[in-house]
Design a protein around this ligand. Sequence first.
Ligand code: AVJ
Ligand code: FE
Length: 438
Amino acid sequence: MTGQDTEALRLRAVTALTAARERTALLTSCVEDSELTAQHSPLMSPLVWDLAHIGNQEEQWLWRAVAGGEALRPEIDSLYDAFEHPRATRPSLPLLAPAEARAYAADVRGRVLDVLGDTRLEGRPLVDAGFAFGMIAQHEQQHDETMLITHQLRKGPAALSAPPPPAAHSSGPVAGEVLVPGGPFTMGTSDEPWALDNERPAHTRIVPAFFVDTVPVTNGAYQAFMADGGYREERWWRPEGWAQIREHAIEAPLFWRHDGGRWLRRRFGVTEPVPADEPVLHVSWYEADAYARWAGRRLPTEAEWEKAARHDPAAGRSRRYPWGDADPEPVHANLGQRHLGPAPAGSYPEGASPLGVRQLIGDVWEWTASDFLPYPGFRAFPYKEYSEVFFGPAHKVLRGGSFAVDPVACRGTFRNWDLPVRRQIFSGFRTARDAEPV
Ligand code: AVJ
Ligand code: FE
């Protein structure tokens, strides 16, 4: 590696870490300290837990593992171990108070920036191409999305604000679905420097021809399913999904409320009529699956989703993003909490895939039909609690990232997963169908 490459990597790492900390600071300074320690939902940690956990992960990986430093506060490690304490129990732990948590995370960061200046970013697997620094920037941004979910669950007036996404800018009519031709494509990656373990390695998948929705399913389309009695007809539902909607009397996406003949939704403290042209948000995998069945379609598999997003038929290769290999710019996708919701369906024509599929990246996480499983040749790296312990049929894969995801934690190969009952996450979906055999 040349000195210039090293400098570019260092700059990329500092920029990513700094951007994450600015986002964390915003999310934890826009409410009173008493709201940082409060439990806004048993589904979520108190915000002050995320704050110190971010610092603790950074300490463990960058200060201790990369730099060989001594534990700064060994007595707090177990408090911030996500596997030791379920989220619902975290408010009653002897957590660092907000001021202490901020000071701790800032202390770690100061040391880490020194480490970054002194570390050769090559050779050892953990630091090769600055991986550990990229991993920690992604970790903090993932918790920034988690904290935004906590903000959405929080009661009371708005604490956050952002401009609305630009109105869908038309580049002519958009077909309802796109044909993705059958054949092999390259799934996953072996050369994306900051790709996480579950995205690796690159491998060939044969995916038969299929049709996929050009845009995510909208609130308007979803309301047609609701109006047609979708939530009252068992035949559309997987048994576990039917049990969930019966038990909790679910009849609409989370945060929706019926009001004299129309649907309202609450978003970050603001209640307003549900806009028909926005991608539907806050649905479970079961709701997505039931809608697709009602529509005579199905959810795309994870491989279909990635082929739609990355396969370039003309070049016969997989791209980093639908629009090409360039990092995301605002013109490509709704990412990074620039806006506090998805943009209307059909937005971001410049972010379309070679075949014309839109909004694959950003706006809403898209449920896929697939269980979260390792790729052939998977190796846990650097720790098996990131991905490996979650592999199996309990978790479904989500792809593409939401408006709440930072570009550093989003790419055509990025894999997210969650339980199929989850609804508080920024989840939506698109549908697919088999192509008729020719
Ligand atoms: C990849 C979003 C499922 O939040 O549980 C954060 C990311 N892993 N800290 C999660 C993560 C460890 C993870 N998800
Ligand atoms: Fe974490």
